[in-house]
Design a protein around this ligand. Structure first.
Ligand SMILES: [Zn+2]
Length: 369
């Protein structure tokens, strides 16, 4: 029970920090609009260069960079101080900061590319919401394709699963499930944290299961098999593709609703149309609000997919006790909330709670108690 109190305390603090960060972000954007700073910045940049895409990049650098700097202490609290206090991180500050910079660089590049795409279409067509959503689908597909070979290695050393006995089990599992087996790579998470996890990443030839070395070190072979079977379930159900399509549908819906909101806001602020750079914080605020609304939809979909992968794992291994003890071990290592408040789970959780996953495995025919 002690652990559950710690888990609840940890997640309560993290949730508060997220709420503060979100509130600050929204207030910052609203202030940029209300004070006229955004308009003044847009004018100043227009005086410097006639090229709109350079103006946009500069505005993003100033506004986005300012926000990142201002919220640096919050990022440190949520990403470093709090996880360390709760034993979820043992990485030294230098390493952690290096990882954060390595994550921020591609993040900023992607954010810039996304903004340039949206504004290029905003300037060119009233159908910007459709073209932008399609361009985002292409971009995220490409990103998914290269992530396991270009992005993950920035943060982890990866090596093929060394254990021949485990490889054999996985092959048998795939054969039993009628799924072509995919490669398993081990990531050295233990250098940073005790937390355990596994995931299917990539598309086509880059598709693979990545599993943390912490999981291999702390779980029994039966439990590891249960986790790998869950990942194989994602593979069998083409969940990466389904996820890309669902995310794109949500993006499309977000942009579709953002369009009239942006036009109305731009008119109310007497901007020169929706593509006016002075409206950048307005567009950001609208997209932020709509993404919050889309969050429970995306997470609800994700929990459904996770449940299906659990069912697949239980069916193919026929070993509910191993699945259950794997879940319990994951929950303990990752300091998961066993039974989060249903409202919180509904809005924020991409996976069903450990309590639900265990209960479902117990209800399965032929499983213990
Ligand atoms: Zn999963």
């Amino acid at each position: 029970m002690m652990d559950q109190e710690r888990a609840r305390a940890y997640h309560r603090l993290q949730l508060r920090l997220s709420a503060v960060r979100l509130g600050l972000g929204a207030a910052y954007l609203a202030a940029l609009i209300a004070t006229g700073w955004a308009a003044r910045l847009a004018d100043a940049l227009a005086a410097l260069t006639p090229r709109w895409w350079i103006q946009l990049a500069a505005a993003l650098l100033v506004l986005g960079g300012g926000y990142r700097l201002a919220t640096l202490p919050l990022a440190w609290l949520a990403g470093f101080w709090l996880p360390r206090r709760f034993g979820l991180l043992h990485q030294p500050l230098r390493q952690w900061a290096l990882d954060a910079v390595k994550a921020a660089a591609p993040g900023a590049a992607l954010g810039l590319a996304a903004a340039e795409i949206v504004y290029a279409f905003l300037r060119a067509s009233p159908w910007w919401w459709l073209w932008s959503a399609l361009a985002f689908l292409a971009m995220s597909t490409l990103l998914t394709l290269v992530a396991p070979v270009w992005l993950v290695p920035l943060f982890y050393r990866l090596e093929p699963l060394p254990d021949p006995a485990l490889r054999d089990r996985l092959l048998r599992l795939g054969a039993r499930a009628g799924v072509p087996v995919i490669g398993v790579w081990v990531a050295d998470q233990s250098r940073k944290s005790r937390t355990a996890n596994a995931a299917v990443t990539g598309l086509g030839r880059t598709r693979r299961i990545i599993v943390f070395d912490t999981l291999l070190a702390r779980f029994t072979p039966d439990e590891i098999e249960a986790v790998l079977a869950h990942e194989l379930g994602h593979h069998a159900h083409a969940d990466i593709w389904r996820g890309l399509l669902v995310q794109s549908a949500l993006t499309l819906a977000t942009f579709l609703v953002a369009d009239p909101a942006l036009r109305a806001g731009a008119a109310a602020l007497s901007l020169r149309g929706p593509a006016d750079l002075a409206g950048l914080p307005l567009l950001a605020l609208i997209v932020l609000a709509l993404s919050l609304l889309a969050l429970p939809l995306g997470n609800g979909w994700s929990r459904r997919v996770e449940r299906q992968a659990d069912d697949f794992a239980l069916r193919t291994t026929g070993n509910a006790p191993a699945f259950i003890s794997a879940m319990e071990r994951l929950g303990a290592l990752n300091l998961a909330e066993r039974e989060p408040h249903p409202v919180k789970e509904f809005f924020l959780h991409s996976h069903p709670s450990i309590g639900r996953r265990v209960a479902r495995a117990r209800r399965l025919p032929g499983s213990p108690g």
